[in-house]
Design a protein around this ligand. Structure first.
Ligand SMILES: [Cu+2]
Length: 193
């Protein structure tokens, strides 16, 4: 093979590889799990999924050894009460994002294998409708850290803030299944260790 042919092949391969990487790139931003005291039956995990591709993606399942059952849930206000329902999928729009956060979509861990202590790491696998399996390692956050948890790397900050504010007002004083009330901490970044 001539040098020229080789470099052409290498270029073609590089282009193909970067296209593949881009097609598969669903970015996992700010994953977090809520710490729970020993004996607590359940907890929640949160993350922002950023879709850099031209196609919408669907989160259909989550796996983890941290709990007997892992489900994708959404919390909603029903009158004065916060209720949770299982959802079949969460849409991650093309060039958009899906936010799993307290008071909204979340990953529910039911039947904890062991107490979730602040500082621990929990491994998850996000299962997408297209068969993609995305590993996610999430730190366990203390109640204080969880109260400040705001996925600030979101792409549209102004919309996000409005959403958070509305939600915070709506959910004022409500608690459900150990999902502590989220606090509006505008402009405050989630502290990474
Ligand atoms: Cu739930």
């Amino acid at each position: 093979m001539s040098i020229r042919m080789f470099s052409k092949l290498a270029l073609t391969l590089a282009a193909a590889t970067s296209t593949l990487a881009l097609a598969a790139s669903l970015e996992v931003v700010d994953p977090a799990v809520r710490a729970m005291p020993p004996g607590a039956p359940a907890s929640g995990a949160y993350v922002t999924l950023v879709n850099h591709s031209d196609q919408e993606r669907f989160l259909v399942d989550v796996e983890s050894a941290a709990a007997d059952t892992v489900e994708v849930h959404v919390s909603k206000m029903q009158g004065e009460t916060m209720v949770m329902n299982r959802v079949a999928q969460i849409v991650v729009p093309a060039h958009g994002q899906a936010m799993l956060k307290p008071g909204g979509y979340h990953i529910m861990l039911i039947g904890l294998s062991k107490p979730l202590q602040a500082g621990d790491q929990v491994d998850f696998t996000l299962v997408m409708k297209n068969g993609e399996r995305i590993p996610m390692q999430a730190p366990v956050l203390s109640p204080e850290e969880m109260a400040k948890y705001t996925p600030m790397k979101a792409m549209d900050h102004s919309n996000m803030h409005h959403g958070e504010m509305d939600h915070s007002n709506m959910a004022h004083g409500k608690k459900a299944h150990g999902h502590a009330q989220e606090k509006m901490e505008k402009g405050e970044h989630h502290a990474h260790h």
